[in-house]
Ligand binder design. Structure first.
Ligand code: UD2
Length: 313
């Protein structure tokens, strides 16, 4: 049995990793300051984990959290493109300074490996599709810059201190428990919950922008594989985690009309600043090095997600 630390355990992705580890009989410790995470995401598991309310910007708390830990999943972040455009300093602190704190604490505690929640936003709007890891990054938003900087810190800590790190570039992860309630929430959580309420969803731009939407179970599986993969294949490296297929928002909305029963039309608004047009991943590197294969395809993930939000409402 290993001890895993999850930063951002109250978040949608962190709490999903925690549940999966508990199902496998592993020991879980988690930290969250609930700036974006939610207590209800861990309410049903809180008595089976070692939970500490703490901010990743508190280095002492991170040192204590890393004590005795085998693996760290660093999921804590302020995860939003538009929020970072509005508040670049806040994004920089949480998404870069916070990462360096976690890395210093993990290095000092001699953690075996740190797996990091990187972002597809690092690629920016370069026209080449699909995006593969050898491409030169071209981040647009402060959020994308911060996520890319933290990837570089991951690699730097492997090179300078020998701390094994793996960066997983998530492509628009979605699924149950993703927070729909903030103006900065992920588009699918917002669309699904408003359509289930019979309310009109808003598309920013013409709706022809596309994403490689990735169901949460695929991301969780990738994280577990990233801990198990041999060091010489993964340490200090970056991997796309996605499905290798993209859909436009207009196409997605059509699928959601069938799944939610919402028959109205969307409202079209102004394009969002810092947004990118198309996103699609080449996942061959993750397949080869991690043995990653997306097991839940988009439509099935969407069906499960709509089912979950419907149960909640
Ligand atoms: C970026 C990253 C993603 C993850 C995420 C964290 C890319 C391609 N993806 O997601 O991997 O790191 O940041 O937040 O950079 N939209 C609407 N209506 C709404 C809400 C959003 O039309 O009510 C549009 C939005 O303008 C964008 C698309 O939906 O074109 C997706 O937006 P998002 O906020 O769900 O995710 P995105 O792509 O910024």
């Amino acid at each position: 049995m290993s001890l895993y630390l999850i930063t951002g355990i109250g978040g949608f992705i962190g709490s999903s990793i925690a549940r999966s580890l508990l199902e496998r009989g592993q020991q879980v410790r988690g930290v969250d300051n609930f700036s974006t995470g939610k207590r209800e995401n861990i309410s049903e598991i809180v008595d089976r984990i070692d939970f500490r309310e703490a901010d990743i910007l508190n280095l002492d708390a991170m040192h204590q959290a890393c004590n005795g830990v085998d693996f760290v999943f660093h999921e804590a972040a302020i995860p939003s493109v538009p929020k970072s455009v509005k508040d670049p300093l806040g994004s920089n602190q949480a998404n870069i300074d916070g990462t360096v704190n976690v890395l210093v604490a993990a290095r000092d505690a001699k953690v075996k490996r740190v797996v990091y929640a990187a972002s597809s936003s690092a690629y920016g709007d370069t026209p080449t599709l699909p995006k593969h890891e050898e491409m030169k990054p071209d981040p647009i938003s402060p959020y994308a810059v911060a996520k890319l900087a933290s990837e570089h810190y991951m690699t730097s800590f492997y090179r300078c201190y020998g701390l094994e790190t793996v960066s997983l570039r998530y492509f628009n992860i979605f699924g149950p428990r993703q927070d729909p309630s903030s103006p900065y929430s992920g588009v699918l959580a917002k669309f699904i919950t408003s359509m289930l309420r019979g309310e009109q969803p808003t598309i920013f731009g013409d709706g022809e922008q596309s994403r490689d939407f990735t169901y949460i179970d695929n991301a969780v599986a990738a994280n577990l594989l990233a801990c198990e993969a041999p060091k010489d294949q993964v340490a200090g490296q970056v991997f796309n985690i996605a499905t290798g297929r993209r859909l436009s928002l207009n196409e997605t909305l059509q699928l959601l009309r069938e799944l939610t029963g919402y028959s109205g039309q969307p409202k079209y608004g102004a394009e969002r600043k810092g947004d990118i047009k198309h996103s699609l991943a080449d996942i061959s590197r993750a397949e080869a090095a991690l043995g990653y294969k997306p097991s839940v395809h988009f439509e099935e993930g969407l069906r499960r997600t709509v089912g979950w939000y419907r149960e909640q409402s």
